[in-house]
Design a binder for this molecule. Structure first.
Ligand code: PEP
Length: 248
């Protein structure tokens, strides 16, 4: 099988029930895209969103989960609880979680294992800081994060990898096509060496993807889609990104 194309929206800590109209507008404007489309709203909206767009081809995901299935973890959510309210995917190891909550790659691997056990697809995020890129450490950082964040049992069916340079998130800056290509080639080579079906794992690029740069990014080898923050909040922005991926 070839890697599945995926346009994934990360709403972060944005959105209320009124925002779900944007996803309905997206479904109306793009009723049958030739790629998977996923919206990861705040956890408060997962159930309502899954109910409202059931059967319309858009998947719903979480933005984090706990590594345990239940217990005394105030404020946390288990992967099985996300699945229970309609999630099919969960974003793990986003750089904002690594920075704000001190999440290590080892902790992310444990969360990914829990996600798999709950039947969720884990979208594992990796990315270098600007200081690491300036120091010429990008490939070593990415290879290290991949090796430590990938759990045993990862397959193309249950895992997606998102390359998100920290300095490109929410800044309007993106790496050059050559820089994205270099990292995605490394990811593909490492995954192909490590996993029997590593050649089929979807690789997303994330960091300031917009309608204006999406087609160029989707033309880069081994880019199978995008993880999109700000531009996923409005159907008028995310729709053209979905269309560009459908056409890629
Ligand atoms: C993200 O948060 O995953 C992201 C890529 O954000 P943005 O598209 O806003 O840069």
């Amino acid at each position: 099988m070839a890697p599945r194309k995926l346009a994934a929206g990360n709403w972060k800590m944005n959105g209320t029930l009124a925002s779900l109209a944007e996803v309905e507008a997206l479904a109306e404007a793009h009723p049958a895209p030739s790629c998977d489309v996923l919206i990861c709203p705040p956890a408060t909206l997962i159930h309502a969103l899954a109910s409202r767009i059931a059967g319309r081809g858009i998947k719903v995901g979480g933005q984090d989960c706990h590594a345990s299935h239940s217990g005394a973890h105030t404020g946390d959510l288990a992967a099985s609880q996300l699945a229970d309210v309609g999630a099919s995917h969960v974003i793990l190891g986003h750089s904002e979680r690594r920075a704000d909550h001190g999440e290590t790659s080892g902790a992310i691997a444990a969360k990914a294992r829990a996600a798999h056990e709950a039947g969720l697809v884990a979208i594992i995020c990796l990315g270098e800081t600007e200081a690491e890129r300036d120091a010429g450490q990008t490939l070593d950082v990415i290879a290290g994060q991949l090796a430590a964040s990938l759990p045993e049992g990862a397959t193309a069916a249950n895992t997606v990898i998102a390359y998100e340079p920290v300095w490109a998130i929410g800044t309007g800056r993106t790496p050059s096509s050559e820089q994205i290509a270099e990292v995605h080639a490394l990811l593909r080579a490492d995954l192909s060496k490590t996993l029997a079906d590593g050649a089929d794992i979807s690789l997303l690029y994330g960091g300031s993807v917009k309608p204006s740069n999406a087609a160029g990014i989707f033309a880069i080898p081994h880019v199978n889609g995008a993880l999109v923050g700000g531009a996923s909040l409005k159907a008028a922005d995310f729709g053209p990104i979905v269309a560009a991926l459908s056409a890629a």
